[in-house]
Unconditional design. Structure first.
Length: 359
């Protein structure tokens, strides 16, 4: 995935590193004052070349263990003043770690904070992380101040926890959650680029969400528009322990890499189908999609839902009928802005959906 659209800030352009960045990287990685609080010492030319090669390869985050490494360059001149990294530490816990280095000649100007703001936005809005940490040696007050400016809380002060460079060193661990980040930065997620959009089709069980999604996709295909149809039930078709909301959280965790893969392939239109119980579930789903989202709720009379689900006596359909009745009794499932009746030919329903959305 090419993350460059999200990485142009007021004063910086964050871009993948290239072979031509050797001199700029060597200029600060070879310095004693840069390496003072890091695990490594001043690097030789050969060591910087080897490190540059690894940074050049670290161009995308798709799975646990991946690293994204970007050069910090000045918008006005293109000069490289440092670099920043994001590592995907845990897919299960949706955790990452951020790190940065700025050339001492350019420190004190807020470049690390500005670059980290962009990288955190990418981490939460694009990768879908839940938690990002930042670590620094306890005496590195400049790095600690940067993490604090980002709104990260100090979660641990590990006293003399590591033997580094012939001495016991201590470590500060900072962290910020996705909801804390969004509270500090209200507004839509990072734009996925021109034309990126998503349609969520929801409704009670038995309202034909997947069928309408396929019909909408067929209309887009006839126009030659790249699309992806995702039946969200298939992203959480398993047992997650029975805890409240576990299935929904599993779906969100699985959705993010799927969307990233489709986007990397050039898909800009997403049609997603799932029964959503509450407005909170809808908000969390929309928040996981880094693009504008439209929501359509299908409405079908109860007797028709009974007819559709009752005609199929599989266990899954029996569960759907039971859940549909329970949701109606509890007032659940009434989410979404645009309501469309699905008691007529699918082509007519899809046509109305596209017309009302302006697609």
């Amino acid at each position: 995935m090419d993350p460059s659209p999200a990485f142009e800030t007021e004063r910086l352009v964050l871009r993948p590193l290239a072979e031509g960045d050797f001199d700029a990287l060597y200029a600060y990685e070879s310095r004693e004052d840069v390496a003072r609080w890091l695990y490594w010492g001043p690097r030789s030319p050969d060591e910087v070349r080897e490190r540059l090669g690894r940074k050049i390869s670290a161009r995308a985050i798709r799975a646990e263990g991946d690293v994204l490494s970007l050069a910090m360059t000045l918008r006005e001149t293109g000069e490289m003043v440092g670099d920043i990294v994001l590592e995907f530490l845990s897919e299960e816990h949706r955790t990452g770690e951020i790190g940065y280095i700025v050339h001492p000649d350019h420190q004190g100007r807020g470049y690390a904070t500005e670059a980290s703001e962009a990288m955190l936005r990418f981490a939460f809005d694009e990768v879908g992380l839940h938690r990002v940490i930042g670590r620094t040696e306890a005496r590195n007050r400049g790095s600690a101040r940067t993490l604090e400016k980002l709104g990260m809380r100090l979660e641990a002060h590990l006293v003399e926890n590591e033997w580094v460079k012939g001495e016991w060193q201590s470590e500060l661990v900072y962290a910020i959650l996705d909801r804390e980040w969004r509270a500090r930065h209200p507004g839509p997620p990072v734009d996925a680029g021109p034309g990126a959009r998503a349609l969520v089709i929801t409704g009670l069980f038995g309202t034909g969400k997947s069928s309408v999604a396929v019909e909408v996709a067929d209309s887009l295909e006839k126009r030659g528009e790249p699309y992806a149809v995702i039946d969200l039930d298939w992203l959480c078709w398993g047992y997650a322990g029975g805890a409240e909301g576990a299935e929904h959280r599993m779906m969100l965790a699985n959705l993010r890499p799927v969307v990233m893969n489709y986007r990397a392939a050039g898909v800009r239109s997403f049609i997603l189908a799932r029964a959503l119980r509450t407005e909170t579930e809808l908000e969390e789903l929309c928040g996981a999609l880094p693009m504008p989202v439209e929501v359509v709720r299908l409405r079908v009379p109860w007797d028709e839902i009974q007819r559709r689900l009752g005609a199929d006596l599989t266990a899954a359909r029996s569960d759907d009928l039971r859940d549909a009745r329970a949701w109606i009794e509890a007032g659940h499932g009434e989410v979404g802005g645009i309501v469309v009746a699905n008691d007529r030919p699918l082509a007519e329903v899809a046509g109305e959906v596209l017309e009302r959305l302006g697609w």
